[in-house]
Design a protein around this ligand. Sequence first.
Ligand code: ATP
Length: 238
Amino acid sequence: MSAPLLEIRDVSTFYGAVEALKGVSLTVAPGEIVTLIGANGAGKSTLLMTICGDPRARAGRVIFDGQDITEQPTHRIVRGGIAQSPEGRRVFPRMSVHENLLMGAQSSGINPAPGLEQVFTLFPRLKEREAQRAGTLSGGEQQMLAIARALMAQPRLLLLDEPSLGLAPLVSRQIFQAIRRLNAETGLTVLLVEQNANQALRLAHRGYVLVTGRITLSGTGRELLARPEVRDAYLGGH
Ligand code: ATP
């Protein structure tokens, strides 16, 4: 296997005295989709935020493309090629779709033109609604915009925090299909955090299960879907 693009090595993250991540280790190879599943409060969002350096790991290392980024400020990490689409699809509601997208490129100081072409190919709906205020988009469209905005930075690693949260099943399927297409067509590496374990594990090449700050299981998406512990805890026993 090729050298990992991302390596989390024995990372612990605290909020005050509360240890939210307790020695987490995982890897993401170039071109992979890796899914982290876990219940509410397991520490999934904390892991993505720790990769971006806010909050910072108190112990362990975060290695990106062979470089130790554990102590780097968040803006350097973003410029280095990691983009995050945060939970709750935080778009700027009063700005247009177009302005939201430009903001995504600005944070990395790069030319927006190639990114705009890419995201409009991936999400033609956003092209149709380019001039519309983001706050008036549907939930699914706002999620598309949040992902598209992250893509505008032309990242090498895309971090997605619960992209299907609050979406109707059909709409969340469309979002997962877009992620699959993006990965297949551009080879973009994706680390995805989800409570919707079924769809997320079907999408992923590999996955990890996080339980109260610790990784308890890992394997291919297919292997994890077949594990009784995963079926009982995350798939409603089906
Ligand atoms: P969810 O799916 O509900 O977002 P999660 O798996 O993403 O859950 P985190 O949000 O990472 O979980 O939270 C992990 C733990 O850290 C929880 O116990 C949570 O209460 C705690 N926590 C998260 N953010 C903070 C904070 N800013 N201050 C204190 N504790 C926090």
